[in-house]
Design a protein around this ligand. Structure first.
Ligand code: NAD
Length: 250
């Protein structure tokens, strides 16, 4: 299928679901995890059980959080984020399932009711003991150069960023909404994900099995390549800059 063919299908569609990964934010200046130079090629993640059991691991996680939070605040949404929000403006976006924690889809204009953040969000901090929410700015400002890991002022429980660590249970409501959108999608478009992190990577397969047309936009092949009805192997920004004029009056 050519880009023109895909665009004409999108022009007629009403229930499009986007599924995004770290790749959609690299053009905003946020490194992904698995590209050369990406985060996991440089540092090992802090697993959830380590966070619970080790003060040293918690301090390491909060030090990284300080850096990433600063970066997420500085960067701006790019053409990928704004193009997806234009699908909502045209009444064609059933939902957006993202693995990203950077908040750029909201800042790019997609409304909260249309977004599911499968791996949580950098914009929240939660007490693991009583569930109380905290403002990340306040928590991060309270940490000096050297610090002990922050605790809840109500129950003394451990505070943790609202992002989901490896080994941490997935947020149930988000998983359920992602399942509903995947099963109902007319067109399911994966953008910028290596599709190796489970269970998130199962949603494109669920959508395809439920009858959606499956499209994948990524600079490298993914494990679901053989299932895809349309693939664009290249840069995400370039893809949307070519696609958008073809949808201009859709
Ligand atoms: P990933 O790093 O595993 O995969 C990203 C994919 O995008 C890669 O296949 C890469 O080749 C491709 N890519 C990168 N930039 C691209 C571009 N400009 N154009 C086309 N393709 C491009 O990321 P993932 O699949 O999202 O899974 C890893 C985990 O990383 C997720 O759980 C996510 O929560 C987390 N993560 C999030 C952020 C963020 O919020 N911005 C950043 C890093 C990691």
């Amino acid at each position: 299928m050519t880009l023109d063919d895909f665009a004409s299908i999108l022009r007629r569609a009403t229930d499009v679901v986007f599924f995004t990964g770290a790749g959609i934010s690299t053009e905003s200046g946020i490194p992904d995890f698995r590209s050369p130079g990406g985060k996991w090629t440089r540092m090992k993640p802090v697993y959830f059980d380590e966070f619970i059991s080790s003060e040293e691991a918690r301090v390491r996680a909060w030090q990284r959080k300080k850096e990433s939070h600063l970066l997420y605040k500085e960067v701006k949404p790019n053409v990928g984020h704004t193009s997806i929000s234009n699908f909502e403006k045209r009444g064609k976006l059933l939902g957006l399932i993202t693995q990203n924690i950077d908040g750029l889809h909201s800042r790019g204009g997609v409304s909260d009711g249309k977004i599911v953040e499968l791996h949580g969000s950098d914009r929240t901090v939660v007490c693991l003991g009583c569930g109380k929410d905290f403002d990340p700015e306040e928590v991060l400002e309270s940490l000096g150069e050297t610090f002990t890991s922050p605790r809840c002022d109500a129950c003394d429980g451990l505070l943790k960023s609202g992002t989901i660590s490896f080994g941490q249970p997935m947020p149930q409501a988000a998983m359920q909404q992602a399942q509903v959108w995947s099963e109902a999608a007319e067109i399911f478009v994966v953008v910028g994900s290596s599709l190796v992190v489970q269970p998130a990577a199962s949603f494109p397969v669920i959508a395809k099995q439920a009858g959606a047309l499956l499209a994948v936009v990524n600079r490298e092949a993914t494990p679901i390549e053989s299932l895809a009805d349309y693939s664009y192997e290249g840069e995400i920004g370039e893809f949307f800059r070519k696609l958008n004029p073809l949808l201009a009056d859709a």
